[in-house]
Design a binder for this molecule. Structure first.
Ligand SMILES: *Cc1c(COP(=O)(O)O)cnc(C)c1O
Length: 342
């Protein structure tokens, strides 16, 4: 029985065609900026978002951490949602790498509003408190269950940032999911944000790689910061080839992951042993069991059927649909859910 792994959209393996694109890539030493495939990927993404420059990073965490470093000085403060990846899941890098603290906002499914940003800006002439210099948003939200911002809400936040001279960074690890779902234009995001990080290794299905996109003035130092963080790599064009292939072939199909996530949501809602199911917007489904004591039984039942999902703690479970989750697996998974006698 084939394993069904729905813990994350990072568990995918490169397809045969993607491997083919990687194997035939022209490469060079990217620390000398001489890898033609990396340069092509960076140019492609900069153009896609209407920005001057883009820089390849090994991970999304490093791309976010570099962005925070570019926007801030030690002792300063950034504003983000309490569920933000930059605060919760990057090993404390905000303080470790940049000496910056986070002012946490109590948002809705990981999304914050312009009024909340205003309320959390420390008055710049009150020298007792850390100086607020950056706002970090996440789209789609991870812990918020794949929720997507309304562009109008981001425009309001941009206005606040302009009025208060704050930088605005987007953790766009799953921005491609939002773009497909809401049929948005990446250039609109390029206009609103100073920097954007995107992951190629989530929904797009490459083995590794993230890209930080921004304008010249800020990005001037990005390559130095990447070097300091240990992220300067040599013949990494093999990975860029996977990224280019994925942008060309795996972008539109994200809609399929979204459809399957909605179908799973619909099934979950009909099951007596399932409690709350968060509203599904893209490829992430977050839910609770009706009876928390049944966690172990539920895990064992899924294990028996060779199915893996994430237990996020505090009663929350997470399912993420992705490239390697086929239609056949989708049918089997739904049957297994329906047949549980918990
Ligand atoms: C996955 C993810 C990242 C990057 O994580 P890495 O494991 O470092 O690639 C950043 N932000 C969000 C919201 C994510 O889901």
């Amino acid at each position: 029985m084939q394993e069904i792994d729905l813990r994350s959209d990072t568990v995918t393996r490169p397809t045969k065609e993607m491997l083919q694109a990687m194997m035939t890539a022209k490469v060079g030493d990217d620390v000398y900026k001489e890898d033609p495939t990396i340069n092509a990927l960076e140019e492609k993404l900069a153009k896609m978002f209407g920005k001057d420059e883009a820089l390849f990073f090994p991970t999304g965490s490093m791309a976010n951490q570099a962005a925070i470093k570019l926007h801030t000085q030690p002792g300063e403060q950034l504003i983000c949602d309490k569920w933000a990846h930059v605060y919760n899941y990057e090993g404390g890098g905000v303080s470790f790498n940049s000496g910056v603290s986070c002012k946490l906002v109590d948002g809705d499914r990981g999304m914050i509003k312009a009024e909340q940003v205003v309320e959390n800006i420390n008055p710049p002439d009150f020298y007792h408190s850390p100086l607020t210099t950056l706002v970090c948003l996440e789209n789609t939200t991870n812990k918020g269950g794949g929720a997507c911002y309304d562009l109008e809400d981001i425009k309001e936040i941009r206005k606040v940032c302009d009025e208060h001279q704050l930088g605005l960074h987007l953790d766009g690890a799953r921005l491609f999911n939002a773009l497909v779902k809401k049929k948005e234009n990446p250039k609109d995001f390029g206009k609103l944000f100073d920097t954007i990080s995107v992951c190629l290794s989530k929904g797009l299905g490459t083995p590794m790689g993230s890209v930080l996109i921004g304008d010249k003035k800020l990005m001037k130092n990005a390559i130095r910061v990447r070097k300091v963080l240990g992220g300067g790599m040599r013949q990494v064009g093999f990975m860029a080839a996977a990224g280019i292939y994925a942008l060309d072939h795996h972008f539109d199909r994200l809609a399929e992951d979204h459809r399957r996530a909605f179908e799973i949501e619909e099934v979950l809602k009909t099951l007596h042993y399932i409690g709350k199911v968060e509203n599904v917007e893209t490829n992430i489904i977050i839910f609770n069991l009706r009876e928390a004591e049944k966690e172990k039984e539920f895990t064992e039942y899924l294990q028996k059927h060779n199915i893996r999902i994430s237990n996020m703690g505090q009663g929350k479970w997470r399912i993420v649909t992705h490239l390697d989750y086929s239609e056949e697996m989708h049918q089997r998974f739904q049957e297994v859910l329906k047949n549980a006698s918990l």
